[in-house]
Design a protein around this ligand. Structure first.
Ligand SMILES: *Cc1c(COP(=O)(O)O)cnc(C)c1O
Length: 223
């Protein structure tokens, strides 16, 4: 495994496959590795780190606190309301807001730390296995209340594709989420939704072609 070569290959893919590579960030999903290995990721030039477990991101954040390379932490997993307090002080972006009550809790904890936390609204586009995201109609009902929360910045949408070899199916899902973003921007957000978090090791090239701005890649970095 050569982490920095793997990261370079993904950076090249961003240049090749994205229509707007300057707007794209790689989120290195480090849930498979320990903090020593994360140092190599940071040295390899990936500065955005993604984790999906509260206990583990908190531990790694402590372990890396003295490491000199700057980083940003992204929370990408299902987040329980009662655990927001453990990550609020150091988290940079939460990709998985799927309920009003969760957004309200993030807002409250952010205000306790005198900060604003960037969040994405997770959409359950593919309507199967991953039942975690918002259903679109449900989201529309919550938007007025979401817009009232002063300590979160709603930056865009996130989705997860199911495991399938059907690239056309995945592509049409990613395209649909881009269209939803455009629609929400027109109706409610006045073009402040700028981010689309979509694409993992198996499908990030498709996601890039369909306008992803944040790709969440794990296995491809550590193979
Ligand atoms: C694990 C995970 C990823 C990365 O998956 P890979 O297939 O290893 O690239 C991306 N997003 C979420 C939400 C994850 O849990």
């Amino acid at each position: 495994m050569n982490i920095s070569e793997n990261i370079d290959r993904i950076f090249k893919d961003i240049e090749i496959h994205s229509p707007h590579p300057e707007k794209v960030e790689l989120i290195a999903v480090t849930k498979y590795v320990d903090s020593e290995t994360i140092k190599k990721v940071l040295e390899g030039g990936a500065k955005n780190l993604g984790e999906n477990r509260v206990q583990i991101i908190t531990k790694k954040n402590d372990e890396l606190s003295d490491f000199p390379i700057e980083k940003k932490w992204h929370f990408i997993g299902n987040l329980q309301k009662n655990k927001v307090k453990y990550i609020a002080s150091f988290i940079d972006m939460i990709h998985s807001v799927n309920k009003l009550s969760l957004a309200q809790e993030i807002d409250k904890r952010a205000s306790e730390h005198n900060k604003k936390i960037d969040v994405l609204l997770e959409i359950n586009l593919f309507e199967e296995e991953t039942k975690e995201g918002y259903d679109y109609l449900e989201l529309l009902q919550d938007i007025p209340a979401l817009l009232n929360l002063k300590n979160i910045n709603i930056k865009g949408l996130m989705t997860m594709a199911p495991y399938t070899d059907n690239d056309d199916f995945i592509r049409s899902g990613f395209r649909r989420i881009r269209e939803l973003k455009d629609e929400l921007n027109k109706l409610y957000f006045n073009d402040t939704l700028t981010e689309l978090s979509m694409g993992m090791s198996n499908d990030y090239k498709i996601a890039l072609e369909e306008g992803a701005t944040l790709i969440r890649v794990g296995s491809k970095i550590f193979e």
